[in-house]
Ligand binder design. Structure first.
Ligand code: NDP
Length: 793
C-alpha cells in the first residue's frame, strides 16, 4: 500500500509476527510428538495420533499422540516414584527449580507466544502481552511459596500425585496455574492439555529438562477426553485439578466420589458486567471490549452479561455499537488485530447455534459490518439485546464473542439480576461512586469482583468461583492449600482412638420420669418430624433410653428454608458472633453435669471421659469465639496501581453429618467454626447417640443464637445427608462419618457443584486441637472473594 493511500484511509496496515522460530521447532521435532513421561519423550506412533491445526488457516501444525491406559499408567507410576524424592527436597531446592522455569519462560517468551497463537488462534498481542508474562509471573510467585513452605504452611504435607486436566482457551496459562503450585508444594503431576491445543505444553516439557525438573515430577500426556477419564479414575492419583466445562466438572465430581481424591474444579461462568449511570462511560466501553472480546470471548470469566442502568442505556449501547464497528477481526499473527480465530470449527458451530437459539427466543442481533477473513474459524463480535433473564443465551455460557445486554433500575435490581445465574465466577462493577461499588461487590455472588476494571489476574490473588463455577481457588496462599493436606491426614501413625469403651451403663443416670421424645430443631423451634415417626435411642446395653424424631426430606427442606431466612447472620458483626459463641460456651458449662450424665447414659463412657468431652466442647466454643474476629482477609498488592481485597465470606448454608462417636464434641466441632464465620447450618447428629445434640437446643435457645442459624434434624443420617447434598440451596456439605456417607455427599453434590468436606471419623482425633479445630475448619467454612480496586481517576 502506498504512503498516500495509508494517509488517506489512516487504516492499520498489516503487522505480522514471524512464525519462523516456532516453525523451526516443529520441524526439528519432525512435526510429530510423543508423550513426556519420566523426563523423556516417548516415540510418536502414527497409528495412535491425531492432527493439531492452526484455526486461522486450517493448516496442520503437527501430529500428537492419542495416549492410552498404558501411557497413563507409566506417567502416574513415574510421578509416584518421583514425588517422594521431590517432596523430601528442601523448599529452597524446589524454589530454585521453579525460579529456573520462570527465567526460561521469559527467555523463550516470544517462541511460546507465537506457538500459542498458531495453535489456539488468539491474537499475538494477547499471547505476547498477557498469557506468557502471567505464566512467568506464576512460576516466580510459586518459587516463593516453595521457599517459604515450611514456615507458611506448617503441619501440611503435599497431596502426592496430582492429575491435571486443562482446556484449550488459555493452554499454557492454565498449565502454569496448575503446575506451579503443585510442584511448589512438593507434588508430582501428570498433566493433560486439551486435544486442540497441546503444543505449548509440549514445548514446556523442553523447559522442564533445561530447568532441571527431576524426571517424573512433571509428566505431560496428550489425547482427548478419554485420557482425562483415565487420569481421573487412576487409583494412584491423589488429587484432580480440572479447568473446563461445568458438564465435565460434574462428571469428574461423580467419578471421584468416595475415592478419597482431593478435587478442585474451575468451571464455567456467565459473569455480569454492571454499569451504573454515574460510570465513566468511555472507560466502561473499553472495559467491556476487554471483558467480552479478549480471547474471542473464550474466557471462563468473560463479562458476557451486560447490565446497564436504564438511564444511560441508549447512549451506552450506541457507543458500544460504534466501538464494535472498529474492532478488527483477522489473522491472529497480525499485531494490530483485536479478535483472532475461534479455536476450532466445532466451537464456531456451537456459538452460531447458541446465537440462533437466542434469536429464535426473541433476542435482537447486532453484528457490526466487520470484515472476516475468507477462510479459517472466525466469528464477528456480537451483541444480543431484548433478552430476558430466563433465555438460554442469558443463562448458558456461549464461550465466544457474544454479549447479551439487559437493563436495571436500582442497585438492588442490579444485584438480583447479577446473581440470577447458576454460576458465580466473576463480576465487573462500573461506577464513579466507590461507596456504591463497594456496597455491591460483597452482594454479588462471585469469586472475583473487578471494580472499574476487568480481567485482571495475578498469581498472588486467588481465582475461582462459587456455585456451578467450581470449587477451590487457584493462586495465592489459598491456591497453595489446594495442593496440601494437613499433615496428620498423611500420617502413617494411627491417631489415638477416642472411641469410648462401651462399658456398663452409667450409674445413677435417671431414665425414669415423664416420657419425652426429642423433636427436631428448625428455625429456633422444636418441631415434630413431618412423617410423624420416632426412632428409639439405645444405651450401651441395648435398652431404650429415649426417642428422637425420624426426619425426612421434607424436614430437611424446612430446615434449609429456615436457614435461608436467617441470612442476616452472615452480616452480623464478628464481635457479635464471638459474643454469642462465648455465651453458648457459658450456658453449656452451666449445664455440664446434665451433659455428662447424658453422655454416660448414651455411650457408657466413664464419668471422667464424659467430663473430658464436655470440657473439650466448652473449650472448642471458646476457640471459635476467639477466632470469630481473627480469621480475616488480606490486602494483596498485585502489579497494578491499586489493591485486591481478599475477603473471607461465609460459604452460606452448610449441611453437616456429625460423627458417631464423641457425639457432643463432634457436633460442637462442626457447628462452631461454621457459625463463627457467619454460615448457617443444618446438622444431622450421630445416629447412635443423638441425644446430646437434641439436648443442645436448650443451650442454643438461651444463648441468643438467632433462629435458623443452627438447625438439627435427627433421623437416618445417610439418607438425610444425601438430601442435603442434592439440595439446590445448600452451599456446602461436611461429613465426619463413614466412608459411605462421604461418597454419598460427594456424588450428590455433583449436580449443583457444591463444596464438600469429608473426613473419616475413624481417622481423626477431635480431642487433639490440631485435628479438631483451627484454620483448616475455618478455611472450609469460608470462601475467598477477591475484589480488585484500582486507584486514580
Ligand atoms: P471440556 O470441559 O470438555 O474440556 C476441558 C478438558 O477436559 C480438556 O482437556 C478435555 O479434553 C478434558 N475432558 C473432556 N472430557 C473429559 C472427561 N470425561 N474426563 C476428563 N477430562 C475430560 O471443554 P471443551 O473443550 O469440550 O469445551 C466445551 C465447552 O466447555 C466450551 O464450549 C465452553 O462452553 C466450555 N469451556 C469452559 C472452559 C472454562 O474455563 N470455563 C474452558 C473450556 C471450555 P479434550 O479437549 O482433549 O477433549
Amino acid at each position: 500500500m502506498s504512503i498516500a493511500k495509508i494517509l488517506e484511509s489512516m487504516d492499520y496496515g498489516p503487522a505480522p509476527e514471524s512464525g519462523k522460530d516456532a516453525d523451526r521447532w516443529l520441524t526439528d521435532h519432525g512435526r510429530a510428538f510423543g508423550n513426556f513421561i519420566n523426563g523423556k519423550w516417548s516415540k510418536p506412533s502414527a497409528a495412535r495420533s491425531f492432527e493439531t491445526r492452526n484455526p486461522a488457516t486450517g493448516s496442520v501444525l503437527a501430529t500428537i499422540t492419542q495416549s492410552d491406559a498404558r501411557d497413563v499408567n507409566r506417567a502416574v507410576k513415574s510421578a509416584k516414584v518421583a514425588q517422594t524424592q521431590w517432596a523430601a527436597r528442601s523448599g529452597h531446592e524446589r524454589a530454585k527449580v521453579l525460579y529456573a522455569l520462570a527465567r526460561l519462560m521469559q527467555k523463550h517468551a516470544r517462541l511460546f507466544a507465537v506457538l500459542e497463537t498458531l495453535d489456539n488462534g488468539k491474537p499475538i498481542r494477547e499471547s505476547r502481552d498477557i498469557d506468557i508474562p502471567l505464566v512467568a509471573r506464576h512460576f516466580y510467585h510459586h518459587a516463593g511459596w516453595a521457599q517459604l513452605q515450611s514456615t507458611e504452611f506448617p503441619d501440611h504435607a503435599p497431596v502426592g500425585v496430582v492429575g491435571q486436566i486443562v482446556p484449550w482457551n488459555f493452554p499454557l496459562l492454565m498449565l502454569a496455574w496448575k503446575i506451579a503450585p503443585a510442584i511448589a508444594a512438593g507434588n508430582a503431576v501428570v498433566l493433560k492439555p486439551a486435544e486442540l491445543t497441546s503444543l505449548t505444553a509440549l514445548r514446556f516439557a523442553v523447559l522442564c529438562i533445561e530447568a532441571g525438573v527431576p524426571a517424573g515430577v512433571i509428566n505431560i500426556i496428550t489425547g482427548d477426553g478419554r485420557v482425562g477419564e483415565l487420569i481421573v479414575d487412576h487409583a494412584d492419583v491423589n488429587k484432580i485439578a480440572f479447568t473446563g466445562s461445568t458438564e465435565v466438572g460434574r462428571i469428574i465430581r461423580q467419578r471421584t466420589a468416595g475415592s478419597g481424591k482431593k478435587l478442585s474444579l474451575e468451571l464455567g461462568g456467565k459473569s455480569p458486567f454492571i454499569v451504573f449511570e454515574d460510570a465513566d462511560i468511555d472507560g466502561a466501553i473499553e472495559g467491556l471490549v476487554d471483558a467480552i472480546w479478549l480471547n474471542q470471548g473464550e474466557v471462563c470469566c468473560a463479562g458476557s452479561r451486560l447490565l446497564v442502568q436504564e438511564g444511560i442505556e441508549k447512549t451506552f449501547i450506541a457507543k458500544l455499537k460504534a466501538r464494535m464497528a472498529t474492532l478488527r477481526v483477522g489473522d491472529p499473527m497480525d499485531k494490530c488485530i483485536d479478535i483472532g480465530a475461534i479455536v476450532d470449527k466445532s466451537q464456531v458451530k456451537q456459538i452460531a447455534e447458541r446465537v440462533a437459539a437466542g434469536i429464535a427466543e426473541g433476542a435482537t442481533l447486532f453484528q457490526a459490518k466487520t470484515k472476516l477473513p475468507s477462510k479459517g474459524c472466525f466469528y464477528p463480535p456480537t451483541l444480543l439485546s431484548d433478552v430476558h433473564p430466563s433465555m438460554s443465551v442469558v443463562q448458558d455460557e456461549i464461550f465466544g464473542p457474544v454479549l447479551v445486554s439487559m437493563t436495571f433500575r436500582t442497585p438492588d435490581e442490579a444485584v438480583e439480576l447479577a446473581n440470577n445465574t447458576r454460576y458465580g465466577l466473576a463480576a465487573s462493577i462500573w461506577s464513579e461512586n466507590i461507596n456504591l461499588a463497594l456496597d455491591i461487590a460483597p452482594a454479588v455472588k462471585a469469586g472475583v469482583v473487578w471494580v472499574n476494571c476487568t480481567n485482571q489476574f495475578d498469581a498472588a490473588v486467588g481465582f475461582g468461583g462459587y456455585r456451578e463455577s467450581g470449587v477451590g481457588r487457584e493462586g495465592g496462599g489459598e491456591g497453595m492449600l489446594e495442593y496440601l493436606v494437613p499433615a496428620f491426614e498423611k500420617s502413617t501413625v494411627t491417631p489415638p482412638k477416642t472411641k469410648p469403651k462401651m462399658s456398663a451403663p452409667a450409674a445413677k443416670v435417671n431414665t425414669s420420669g415423664i416420657d419425652r421424645t426429642s423433636k427436631l430443631y428448625i428455625g429456633g423451634k422444636q418441631v415434630r418430624p413431618d412423617g410423624g415417626y420416632s426412632l428409639s435411642v439405645c444405651g450401651p446395653d441395648g435398652s431404650a433410653i429415649g426417642l428422637v424424631g425420624g426426619g425426612n426430606r421434607k424436614d430437611i427442606r424446612n430446615a434449609v428454608e429456615a436457614a435461608t431466612k436467617a441470612g442476616g447472620w452472615a452480616k452480623a458483626t464478628a464481635h457479635l458472633r464471638a459474643q454469642i459463641l462465648y455465651y453458648t460456651a457459658e450456658n453449656l458449662s452451666a449445664r455440664s453435669s446434665e451433659f455428662i450424665d447424658r453422655l454416660r447414659q448414651m455411650t457408657g463412657v466413664s464419668a471422667k471421659q464424659a467430663e473430658r468431652e464436655v470440657e473439650s466442647s466448652i473449650s472448642r466454643l471458646f476457640s471459635y469465639g476467639a477466632w470469630a474476629d481473627k480469621f480475616e482477609g488480606t490486602v494483596h498488592a498485585p502489579p497494578l496501581r491499586g489493591v485486591a481485597l481478599a475477603m473471607k465470606e461465609p460459604v452460606g448454608i452448610i449441611g453437616m453429618g456429625c460423627p458417631e462417636e464423641t457425639p457432643l464434641l463432634g457436633f460442637v466441632s462442626m457447628m462452631a467454626p461454621a457459625i463463627a464465620m457467619g454460615n448457617r447450618t443444618v446438622l444431622i447428629p450421630s445416629n447412635a447417640h443423638p441425644l446430646a445434640a437434641t439436648d443442645f437446643y436448650q443451650v442454643l435457645d438461651t444463648s441468643d443464637v438467632p433462629a435458623g442459624v443452627v438447625n438439627i434434624v435427627t433421623g437416618d443420617k445417610t439418607s438425610l445427608m444425601q438430601t442435603l447434598a442434592e439440595h439446590e440451596m445448600v452451599d456446602g456439605v461436611w461429613s465426619f462419618g463413614s466412608a459411605i456417607d462421604g461418597e454419598i455427599i460427594e456424588r450428590g453434590s455433583a449436580r449443583s457443584i457444591k463444596r464438600t468436606w469429608v473426613r473419616d471419623e475413624t481417622d481423626q482425633n477431635l480431642y487433639d486441637p490440631k485435628q479438631g479445630e483451627g484454620r483448616e475448619f475455618l478455611r472450609q467454612a469460608t470462601e475467598v472473594k477477591n475484589i480488585w480496586i484500582p486507584y486514580g481517576e
